[in-house]
Design a protein. Structure first.
Length: 308
């Protein structure tokens, strides 16, 4: 890889880092929005609107998809929609957004284990990471302010479904471009959450302007902008780089929850989140090694270019 390619990959990594920050703002935007909007209605409007925007951007590619590709993308979208139902209910009920973000991130650890159902064998680092994750969850559970209640069960259920979605999404992405695949996923998420809203939530659209401002931020920044940047960046960097950078989202979410929502974590809760984050790093250790090598190579090439 020459210096120009290294520079492009490094810029993509920086953009992915920005994506994790934008994704974490979605926790805050959504939490503020569901304070006034029914949660399922909010998700239906958010993802339905985003699917229309991204669908318009990828319309030529959507027209070229085969029936088999539509089915594969729709299966992924269906799982994503179900996962988002549990996620937004957990977000509505929780008193600790930061903890919810770390519990949801456990889905990353489950991906290699779910892959076994499809004939793939996870590496040893998956099993090395599990004790850290279990210890982290124990620390959260043992804290006097934390218990496995309905919000926590919603986050964990969302993480489980999301892990299956990641596996199927990875298989679908081998023969479907990222932008149309994302548009279809968001479309079905909007449909599923919308149907649930019709049956379980009374219509309510008399919210103050501030609530619609949070909704707009969630739609355009945390959904459309996030996925467009993510799609662009992931096409220009190594998968190993993407994997290790994207796990920073729950860290930023916890920081924002502290700064914006005024949440506070006890020492045991912080230790639990730290152990869960350590589990993610252990799980992604081969990717982390490649990321470090890539950064060192970029630095070396840049230094050589300046000296010449």
């Amino acid at each position: 890889m020459n210096a120009r390619q290294n520079s492009s990959a490094f810029q993509a990594d920086l953009l992915l880092l920005l994506v994790t920050i934008v994704a974490s703002t979605g926790w805050i935007f959504s939490r503020e929005a569901v304070a006034g909007l029914p949660p399922l209605t909010f998700m239906a409007l958010r993802f339905g609107g985003a699917s229309l925007i991204l669908g318009a951007l990828s319309y030529p590619s959507l027209k070229k998809l085969t029936a088999k590709q539509w089915r594969a993308a729709s299966q992924v979208g269906g799982l994503f929609g179900i996962s988002m139902i549990f996620w937004v209910l957990g977000l509505k009920l929780t008193s600790h957004v930061g903890i919810g973000a770390f519990l949801t991130s456990l889905g990353l650890l489950l991906v290699p284990l779910i892959s076994r159902l499809f004939g793939e064998r996870p590496g040893p680092y998956v099993y090395f990471a599990l004790p850290f994750a279990m210890a982290g969850l124990a620390c959260l559970s043992l804290d006097g302010e934390f218990h496995i209640g309905i919000p926590e069960l919603c986050f964990l259920t969302s993480a489980l479904i999301m892990s299956l979605m990641f596996v199927l999404n990875s298989r679908a992405a081998t023969h479907i471009s990222a932008m149309p695949l994302t548009a279809i996923q968001l479309f079905w998420t909007g449909i599923i959450t919308g149907l649930c809203a019709v049956f379980f939530e009374p219509p309510a659209f008399q919210q103050p302007a501030a609530i619609w401002g949070w909704f707009a931020a969630s739609l355009f920044i945390a959904t459309c902008l996030r996925f467009v940047w993510q799609t662009h960046a992931m096409g220009k960097t190594l998968p190993s780089h993407s994997a290790i950078i994207m796990i920073l989202e729950p860290v930023w979410a916890a920081v924002l929850a502290t700064l914006w929502l005024g949440e506070r974590m006890s020492g045991l809760q912080l230790a639990g989140c730290g152990l869960i984050f350590t589990a993610m790093l252990v799980n992604r250790w081969p990717a982390l090694q490649q990321s470090i090598k890539g950064c060192l190579l970029y630095t070396s090439d840049a230094a050589d270019e300046r000296s010449s």
